[in-house]
Design a protein around this ligand. Sequence first.
Ligand SMILES: [Zn+2]
Length: 233
Amino acid sequence: MSETFRTILCIAAHPDDIEFTVAGSVARWTKEGRRVVFCLVTTGGAGTNEYPPDGTGLVPRREQELHEAARILGVNDVALLGYQDGVVEPTLGLRRDLTRVIRRERPDVVVCSDPPVRYYGNEYLNHPDHRAVASAALDAVFPSSETRGISTELLTEGLEPHKVKEVLINGAVPPDAWVDITDTFEAKCAALRAHVSQVGKGEWVEPLLREWATRDGKAVGVTFAESYRRMVL
Ligand SMILES: [Zn+2]
């Protein structure tokens, strides 16, 4: 990543998505003195069946967990959009809400997942919220954030257009850019383990993240890495 990039905005659907995917990169960027902001679209209120389905009890717990994970990664700024978990669609309203965050935070780089991915391997069907949020995020980056004539109500809020310079898309198949997370892999594991409502005691966290990070690291000859498709706009 360019030395001159100071602000990175990570957009995700659920409170633990960033920890599963790009948290090693996040910890590295904050260590390098960059400002990283998280934007989480849903409350995560449907994250486990052990709570009442209206999200009572779980939502405040997940909020606590996400702030602890962010603290571990060196992230201070978290924007919560409060959408209902499990039923997100890539609406113009969501695109406008993400555009508002982009114009307010004015990031050099936006990080999000890959909207068209329906499944990984033969075991994981990609969550519809992940696809919806990724789709709206990319549309918010371009054209909404940089175009005065889209979502003009943002102008009346004092939010002028902003051009994002790069997008890093995690979970893209195949990837074409890698971040070495050898020195921050432990922080990634600790941050994911902070989501106790989702991972329990988390004995499986380290082996799972190690498997993914080793696979991505092999591609570029380092111990651990995270992989992306990199768009230079
Ligand atoms: Zn998720």
